[in-house]
Design a binder for this molecule. Sequence first.
Ligand SMILES: C[S@@+](CC[C@H](N)C(=O)[O-])C[C@H]1O[C@@H](n2cnc3c(N)ncnc32)[C@H](O)[C@@H]1O
Length: 423
Amino acid sequence: MFRYTLTPRQDDILRFLVHHHRQTGLIASVREIQKHFNFSSSNAVAGHLRALEHKGYLARSKGKARSLTFSVRSSDAAIDADHGGEVLAWKEDPTQLDLGTLVAMEQSGDDKRSESTVQSATEAELDRATANLTSIQLDARTRLVRGDALDLLARMPANSITAIVTDPPYGLIEYDDTNHGKMREGRGGVWRIPPKFDGAQRSPLPRFTVLTEKDRDRLYEFFRLFGKRAIELLVPGGHLIIASNPLLSTMTFRALMEAGFEKRGEVIRLVTTLRGGDRPKGAEQEFPQISVLPRSCWEPWGLFRKALSQKTVAENLRVWSAGGLRRISSEEPFKDFVECPPARGVELELAPHPSLKPQRLMRYLVRASLPLGRGIVLDPFAGSGATLAAASAVGYASIGFERDAEYLGMASKSFAGLKALRA
Ligand SMILES: C[S@@+](CC[C@H](N)C(=O)[O-])C[C@H]1O[C@@H](n2cnc3c(N)ncnc32)[C@H](O)[C@@H]1O
């Protein structure tokens, strides 16, 4: 279990070792590290290597004088760091991989150590964050709490969460008792079945065009209050990554800004849905060439940040492990565009939630939310637990809230399966 955060320099050295190995197939020698970082003596390199050892990222190889065995994050990389030493065992470093490889690696299942060793927060940190809540444990790093998000947020200690990644009820009314009940009974309300065009059975989708002015006021107030509570428990520089819908996002995002968040951008998910695009109701024949609303082909995810407490992002990262977004690899930054179709059949079979988000998308977003891979991710509207499964799949500690008993049960059941999927 990782209890310590690396300093930027130590992190750089670890990354250099991994990168060097990937490029050359060889382990960088002390001299090569010294040259690369322009250290004046090999003692400085030795000091950093000792610190990495102390922090559990590498270990002395038993019975081999002068040699070191590295354990990079998940303990998947074990390398002999002695001059010209041979590779004892090697798996890629999750901090350097593209998502596909990362996910495949996490699911290889042949390394049970990852379950206990890859952890972005300690048990004590999880205990502190959930001290006033009754949680169930989904695995060593994941907790789920039943209850109303606004109530539960107010009961969490300040600075206990590093990032929030969530897919909330976009229009609020779709998950209220009346409409949600109607959806479950399969009769009307804001949920409607998209028209059939290929004979396939469609799942119901909520219609946000039916929101009244009063609904909109309530929605704005809900997200303003949510934002205020979320900001309290996030560490300085902590990110909120939150899903919305093109019809409502302007309002939701504005409420979050009023609550004190800085808007840092939006991640656009390209996804063809069956929402919108219909002809005027009751006059389809008369106006065959008209769409009342565009067919929705993208989904906005608002990217917000709590103010830094330090002067620079670098300093804030050192103090709070927050303030930036984790890169996809050292060569590739995190990007605000992702193409990801709706959840596939196998995911829906595991977790038949009406708003299920695919693992591929959630792992992409969740992974970016902890810039140093340190801290706890919170999803206050967990649904079937897709965010929590994604967090655990990339080795992050997480906490989820859900108020609906059926979805809570679904999350407990589907968690292991979703987490084990190749996304
Ligand atoms: C859009 S869905 C999230 C689905 C999730 N992304 C998934 O993949 O399963 C929103 C969830 O929030 C829950 N919810 C709505 N209002 C809530 C509240 N005030 N507190 C806690 N959960 C709430 C709903 O029951 C629903 O499961």
